[in-house]
Design a protein around this ligand. Structure first.
Ligand code: SF4
Length: 266
């Protein structure tokens, strides 16, 4: 059976120059920070693209990915797998730092498969948005701005995922809520610590010991004792489930869940 998935996000650092209280990936709360080296990225990407036949959108982000000095090389490494990326390689940055020339060169070189996503947290935080936009325009690099400020919380707001109490007691309840979650329905995956997880909430709850690590709910990409075929089976199992253990502890990225003001700084 083929493994064709919609989206995967590679986290190349847990360092960030912002401290967003409601960060979806809980970045400010990571005790041990990491920066992925080009060597590590090469191994992870090689393992990932053996397990995954194709991905529509492959996202490189952090933390703030510009804080990783190997960022340009990592982006170049991702593009080596272009024939398995059917849509775009997305690069998400927070608008606080100008994009260095070496990264602009990589983005421009792969212009047909590149999309930059600028998170705009308003003029007090994302101070470099205008100059970044200007540079991207000058180089003809496709981009979009995700606006995370203003008064319309329905469209611009975030969800507070910090409460990890059990919320859905039966599998049926858990499935029902997860089937309204954008992450679950959209089959978005994340790569953290060399493992493929359902979402950053699931990864975080496992990491914090809130939920157990269960076979079939993550793929240990870097574990050489497990065959590629078995990893593919784990992914297919993840793919086919309506929900995972983490979803029982989660409000989900669903319509109707109250929104909070984005990018509140700790
Ligand atoms: S319900 Fe929560 S844990 Fe489950 S996929 Fe959605 S965001 Fe992740």
């Amino acid at each position: 059976m083929r493994t064709d998935i919609k989206r995967t996000t590679l986290n190349i650092t847990t360092y960030c120059n912002l401290k967003c209280k409601h960060c979806l990936a809980f970045i400010p709360y990571h005790d041990k920070k990491f920066i992925m080296s080009i060597e590590e990225a090469g191994k992870i990407l090689s393992a990932y693209f053996q397990v995954v036949d194709s991905v529509e959108h492959f996202t490189v982000t952090g933390g703030e990915p510009l804080l990783n000095k190997d960022c340009a090389q990592i982006l170049e490494e991702v593009h080596k797998y272009e024939n398995q990326i059917t849509g775009s390689v997305d690069f998400v940055t927070n608008g606080t730092m100008e994009i260095p020339d070496d990264i602009i060169s990589v983005l421009a070189k792969h212009i047909d498969k590149t999309k930059v996503v600028l998170s705009n947290y308003g003029e007090k935080l994302s101070k470099k948005i205008d100059i970044i936009e200007e540079t991207l325009k000058q180089n003809g690099i496709p981009y979009r701005v995700s606006k995370f400020y203003g008064d319309d919380l329905y469209y611009d707001g975030w969800i507070d995922f910090s409460n990890h109490d059990l919320k859905w007691k039966t599998i049926e309840e858990r499935d029902q809520n997860a089937q309204k979650c954008v992450h679950r329905v959209g089959k978005y995956f994340v790569i953290n610590d060399g493992e493929l997880h359902c979402c950053s909430r699931s990864y975080w709850r496992i990491r914090q010991g809130i939920i157990p690590k269960i076979k079939g709910e993550y793929v240990p990409l870097m574990d050489d004792t497990i065959s590629i075929e078995e990893k593919r089976q784990d992914l297919i199992e993840m793919f086919n489930k309506k929900s995972s253990t983490s979803c029982a502890y989660c409000v989900g990225l669903c319509n109707g869940v109250p929104r909070v003001k984005p990018a509140q700084q700790l």
